[in-house]
Design a protein around this ligand. Structure first.
Ligand code: ZN
Ligand code: ZN
Length: 248
């Protein structure tokens, strides 16, 4: 299974990366985890977007879903004719949220391009087994475990500290966890995001094989994030960068 970091900027696109988006490939199949703002352009650089089997949205904050509207335009109006509809797994109300985002009438939403499905505990897409669990964020948000070919990764979505994330990640080969905050920030809100230390602690509790930190907010120093996580985690650790490809 191969992971490509399409977008790893947290909360808004940065100068070096779009917002949240990850391409997972195995055996000629592809799923896209999140399509945050700016991500659809970068996605076209790393794959033929016609070949995507499904999109999985962690939640409906702008930095995780808004470029589904761009993908809708691509599938509907491409010169070769409309592309077949593909599944979009998302929180409750994803279809209406996307219609509003593109200013479509709700009754004329994107059902020709996407088959919207609520997250289920387990979904099979081609060779991928996709398992989700609710995590700790102000809106309905899911962490996602993807398994194929005997390998596994977990993407945290956005979350504060979460036992459910640890449980979903148990024994995973690669933990792709958000680290929006660093501990020295004052008055950190609870139940919103992880610090680099907390992300490391969650990966240790889950006995993850390696840790990739993402959702890195452009105004936070990458060096500080790296140093903070490294102090808490002595395993294989990297910070996500746009375009990074990892064989899981
Ligand atoms: Zn976010
Ligand atoms: Zn969020």
């Amino acid at each position: 299974m191969r992971l490509t970091i399409v977008g790893c900027a947290g909360s808004f696109p940065g100068p070096d990366s779009p917002a949240s988006c990850y391409l997972v490939e195995h055996d000629g199949h592809r799923v896209v985890l999140d399509l945050g703002n700016g991500a659809f352009g970068a996605l076209q650089r790393v794959t033929d977007v016609l070949d995507v089997d499904a999109v999985v949205l962690s939640h409906l904050h702008a930095d995780h879903c808004l470029d589904l509207t761009s993908y809708y335009v691509w599938r509907r109006y491409r010169p070769e004719g409309p592309a077949h509809a593909i599944p979009v797994l998302g929180p409750t109300g994803t279809a209406d949220r996307m219609a509003r985002a593109y200013d479509l009438p709700l009754e004329d939403n994107m059902h020709g391009e996407f088959v919207f499905r609520d997250h289920l505990p387990v979904t099979e897409i081609g060779p991928f087994r996709i398992t989700t669990t609710r995590v700790n964020h102000p809106v309905e948000t899911y962490a996602t475990r993807v398994e194929a070919g005997g390998r596994s990764l977990v993407f945290s979505g956005d979350t504060g500290e979460s036992d459910a994330l640890v449980e979903l990640s148990h024994g995973v080969d690669l933990a792709l966890y958000e680290a929006s905050f660093i501990s020295r920030y004052e008055n950190l809100p609870l139940n919103l995001h992880l610090t680099a230390t907390q992300a490391a602690e969650h990966a240790i509790r889950a006995e993850a094989g390696r840790l990739v930190l993402t959702h890195l907010v452009p105004w936070t120093s990458r060096e500080e994030t790296q140093a903070e996580a490294s102090a808490a985690y002595d395993g294989d650790l990297v910070l996500a960068t746009q375009g990074l490809v990892i064989d899981v």
